[in-house]
Design a protein around this ligand. Structure first.
Ligand SMILES: Nc1nc2c(ncn2[C@@H]2O[C@H](COP(=O)(O)OP(=O)(O)OP(=O)(O)O)[C@@H](O)[C@H]2O)c(=O)[nH]1
Ligand SMILES: [Mg+2]
Length: 456
């Protein structure tokens, strides 16, 4: 068994509780040596997963904290090894001193992601599940978190493993056919294989299709705020962010360059860009900004077109409106609802499917905008959580498996030689093996675990 690793699992900010974590052959012995239970019974004599109240001791025997300790004996633990935890008070100083005591007692600092890497190497998690751990920690929306949790629960692994097993069966059979050339495949077997391959291709296709939605979960939707100068675009960005990110002044042409921020609206992660107000201008800097605004709108998946509701529509508004309509989706945001309204709403309605009135200044009406965005990007039924592929690595492996399954299927249908089917079935199996981490590629695993923080 490898050496014993230790880390602060809860980061280094002040909090109510902070956790020190150990894993490895010596975990229980080391934990026991720095802990004095109030019961008087040594920690290593306790049953697995019992919470024990007592004192965490420094190397010189002085008391560092009054805390809870727990030990778990492998292999039924997160890492598959013996593990221990101390639930201390969440003081970075106490936790650092506690970690020091664990090092003195024989543990060493865990590397980033090393706990989860051990879980993977010990077969407690496959590679898609290990990736889900970091996706869950990094998730920026509830939908992304739910999907990661589903993957951690094995949603993708189970599907892939089922196909993997079916392909192994097929390969085994074709190996036999090749070994005994006199024997042919029985017709009913052929139909069965065909069905299995068809089913596998379909399931893999569904996973590939989900990658586009996975991209939205992970990276967010490219969104742009456009409008004429002074409509309140920067004020809207600030209102949605909840702090004064962009400069706001009564002077038209305040924003010159684009400003991008990530935020969630209606449970959807947006990469939202504030732009320069669209108008004809002699100012060289501003005109570059205007050009950027129009380009950003063209490339956006969502445009928020901001209008000043307290004034009548102008030529500049129409320019902004046209820029907004170049995007895939757009919402008209009628700003300054706190002032008397003069804008022709019917005219705006004739251009936009979705419209809402807000006051960016008083932060009113934003809940309606929230609802519109949420409905626009319906994240799918909850039962699909976990079946959305978010990793490019996974998508690529599934894509390869899919092509090989399709090739195996057409070889089988055309009655080509058995080895053609076998070759394709085996490359599909290999691709799925990579997806699950059954075939270990150290460069791939290194890259995955380097995304983790220390302590996970
Ligand atoms: N009454 C009222 N004033 C607002 C509202 N939103 C913005 N303003 C004011 O409108 C002016 C322009 O706001 P900005 O957010 O800078 O407008 P902008 O669209 O970013 O303008 P440019 O950057 O110049 O294109 C400022 O004086 C804001 O305080 C609102 O909801 N109500
Ligand atoms: Mg602005």
């Amino acid at each position: 068994m490898p050496d014993t690793i230790a880390a602060i699992a809860t980061g280094s900010v002040r909090s109510a509780i902070g956790i020190l974590r150990l894993s490895g052959e010596g975990a229980i012995k080391i934990a026991s040596s720095v802990f004095k239970a109030y019961s008087g019974k040594p920690l290593h004599e306790y049953k697995s997963r019992t919470l024990v109240y007592g004192e965490l001791l420094a190397g010189d025997g002085s008391v560092l904290d009054v805390c809870l300790a727990t030990i778990s004996r492998g292999p039924n633990t997160y890492t598959g090894e013996d593990t221990a935890e101390f639930h201390c008070h969440g003081s970075p100083t106490v936790l650092a001193a506690g970690l020091g005591a664990l090092f003195k007692a024989g543990a060493r600092q865990a590397l980033a992601g090393e706990f989860t890497k051990r879980a993977f190497l010990n077969g407690r998690l496959d590679l898609t599940q290990a990736e889900a751990v970091i996706d869950l920690i990094d998730s920026e929306t509830e939908a992304a978190a739910k999907n990661a949790a589903g993957q951690l629960g094995g949603a993708v692994s189970q599907k892939a493993a089922k196909i993997y097993d079916a392909l192994i069966d097929i390969s085994a059979h074709f190996h036999a056919v090749l070994d005994y050339p006199d024997e042919d495949i029985e017709p009913f077997k052929k139909a069965e294989f065909e069905q299995t391959l068809e089913f596998s291709a379909l399931e893999l296709e569904k996973l590939i299709d989900s990658f586009e939605r996975g991209r939205v979960l992970r990276d967010g939707i490219k969104s742009v705020i456009v409008g004429r100068p002074n409509a309140g675009k920067s004020s809207l960005l600030n209102a949605l962010l909840g702090y004064e990110r962009a400069i706001v002044t009564p002077i038209p042409g305040t924003t010159r360059d684009t400003i991008e921020e990530r935020l969630t609206l209606g449970g959807v992660l947006l990469r939202l860009t504030d732009t320069a107000g669209i108008r004809q201008t002699e100012d060289a800097v501003e005109s570059i900004g205007v050009r950027r605004a129009i380009e950003a709108a063209r490339e956006a998946e969502l445009v928020l077109a901001v209008f000043d509701g307290s004034e009548e529509l102008t030529e500049e508004d129409m320019e902004a409106l046209n820029a907004a309509k170049a995007a895939k989706r757009s919402i008209a945001v009628i700003n300054k609802s706190d002032l008397p309204q003069k804008i022709d709403l019917d005219k705006i309605r004739s251009y936009f499917g979705s419209i809402c009135s807000v006051s960016a200044l008083d932060r009113l009406g934003l809940d309606k905008l929230d609802r519109i965005v949420s409905e626009m990007f319906e994240q799918g039924a909850p039962e699909t959580a976990g079946e959305i592929i978010t990793s490019a690595r996974q998508a690529e492996a599934i894509q390869r498996a899919h092509s090989s399954v399709e090739a195996a299927l057409s070889a089988l249908r055309m009655g080509v030689t058995a080895d053609a089917v076998l070759t394709e079935a085996e490359s599909a199996t290999a691709a799925l093996g990579e997806l699950l981490g059954k075939t270990l590629r150290s460069d791939v695993t290194e890259r995955i675990f380097s995304r983790f923080c220390v302590g996970k």
